[in-house]
Design a protein around this ligand. Structure first.
Ligand code: PLP
Length: 479
């Protein structure tokens, strides 16, 4: 471990250098640290990367173009980029037990695009090239090229519905994936809120998708990937898992066996910045069958890789391979369960009645609120969350009826189960004392709410007290 002194010196020096050019940027960076230190962050998709990870991103790698793959670049002088990309991929393979890792995607959406196009290339483009007896698309006749483009655009995907917790990038119309694929979704059982695997199998039999996608951004339970793979196999679909949210729980061996996607899926995508606690970015894992297609991510859907971010991925993945990361991952789940129990005990309604992972979904209609009202009232009280649809949400995706909360960030700060119970008390206090507001014409509003500012202040102070015993980046002092 580096000394706290070294970390403070590094960040202070960086800010001094930035301040000399544009002081407002230096001030904003300092203010962001101050804000993060003060807020009770319960956003399930956010975390706090280590000083080493953060520092690995601010350097000369940012200047380098390195299209291609390790040892096979379209630019000269990539030997140092090769070093960090190879290291990041090696750490990823070892950490997740995958035979191939592609660490270039700039984000989760990019990782998913790489995976979709690797599958399309393997299942649609390659057979078309074979049929036409040519090696590459440039050799196709105009007629065959036209036919292939039509065929690529006429494929099916089955993914989890948005209101059940799926993600926009799994074939929904506002996202490019929904424009690329004919998408159908599977939901959850209305009675239990859980995935009904028989219904998924039925939907797969009826729809015959090319790709079956599992993974979520707001489902508070484990998914049985062995069963999902069996369903995919039964209809000849490629099974893809987007583990963006729970990659840290896979890395920390909290999700093993049927609940570890890597041995079961043909291809796995992830972000690196959520529960995995790395830099903002994405990654794809797969077996040898799809490796070559995945490695064509650049130039297929990506431009030049971000070598400074790949360097930071290598650092964060090295951290995740340390034994203490498994302890961290287990504490994330222990904390989420303590938070869920604390909320349930105080009368909150939770989707699925609890959690197996890092997130909890509160159905705030139980408090007579929309998600938007609840989110704002909590924010006024120093608690940062985000609103989220619940299954069959009557308030739609904008106002919603849910609040999604997650524990990766607070767990990184060192908060434990006792503090989670105190957090549940703060959340319940705010939600139970907030009432829906009305519009100027007296009709009920889905956005306005009434909360006594004195109560919001009091809760804010209690949240600050809770955080004060677990300072964020204790090793870093900027003043
Ligand atoms: N996939 C899932 C399941 C996600 O939750 C997210 C982000 O919220 C993404 C993909 C997209 O990640 P990014 O924001 O890095 O593009």
């Amino acid at each position: 471990m580096s000394s706290p002194n070294a970390e403070s010196t590094a960040f202070r020096s960086a800010l001094e250098v930035i301040r000399a050019v544009e002081p407002r940027v230096a001030d904003a960076i300092g203010a962001e640290l101050a804000d993060q230190r003060e807020s009770l962050k319960l956003i399930a998709s956010e975390n706090y990367a280590s000083p080493a990870t953060l520092l690995a991103m601010g350097n000369w790698f940012s200047d380098k173009y390195a299209e291609g793959t390790v040892g096979r670049r379209f630019y000269a002088g990539c030997q140092n980029v090769d070093t960090v990309e190879a290291l990041a991929a090696e750490h990823a393979r070892e950490l997740f037990g995958a035979s191939h890792a592609y660490v270039q995607p700039h984000s989760g959406i990019d990782a998913n695009l790489v995976a979709f196009w690797a599958i399309l290339a393997d299942r649609v483009e390659s057979p078309a090239l074979k049929r036409a007896q040519v090696r590459q698309v440039n050799d196709l006749t105009e007629e065959d090229w036209f036919a292939l483009r039509r065929e690529l655009g006429d494929q099916r995907m089955l993914g989890m519905s948005l209101d059940a917790g799926g993600h926009l990038t799994h074939g929904f119309r506002p996202n490019i994936s929904g424009k690329m694929f004919d998408q159908r979704s599977y939901g959850t059982d209305p009675a239990t809120g859980l995935i009904d695997y028989d219904r998924v199998a039925e939907a797969a039999r009826e729809f015959r998708p090319l790709i079956l996608v599992a993974g979520y951004s707001a489902y508070p339970r484990k998914v049985n990937f062995r069963i999902m793979r069996e369903i995919a196999d039964s209809v000849g679909a490629t099974f893809m898992v987007d583990m963006a949210h729970f990659a840290g729980l896979v890395a920390g061996k909290v999700f093993t066996g049927d609940f570890d996607p890597v041995p079961h899926a043909h291809i796995v995508t992830t972000t690196t910045h959520k529960s995995l606690r790395g830099p903002r970015g994405g990654m794809v894992l797969c077996g040898p069958e799809l490796a070559d297609q995945v490695d064509r991510g650049c130039p297929m859907v990506l431009g030049g890789p971000l070598p400074h971010v790949m360097a930071a991925k290598a650092v964060a993945l090295a951290e995740a391979r340390r034994p203490d990361f498994a302890d961290y991952a287990q504490r994330i789940v222990d904390n989420a369960q303590a938070l869920a129990e604390g909320l349930l005990r105080r009368g909150a309604t939770l989707v699925t009645g609890g959690t197996d992972n890092h997130l909890v979904l509160i159905d705030v209609s139980g408090y007579g609120l929309t998600g938007r009202q609840a989110e704002q009232a909590l924010l006024d009280s120093g608690i940062v969350t985000n609103r989220n649809a619940v299954p069959q949400d009557p308030n739609g995706a904008w106002y919603t009826s849910g609040i999604r909360i997650g524990t990766p960030a607070l767990t990184t700060r060192g908060l434990g189960t006792a503090e989670m119970d105190a957090t549940a008390e703060l959340i319940h206090t705010v939600l139970s004392q907030t009432t829906p507001g009305s519009n100027a014409d007296g009709t009920p509003s889905k956005a306005k709410y009434v909360l006594d500012p004195a109560l919001a202040d009091k809760v804010s102070r209690q949240a600050t007290d809770l955080l004060s015993t677990h300072p964020l980046y204790p090793s870093v002092t900027l003043a």
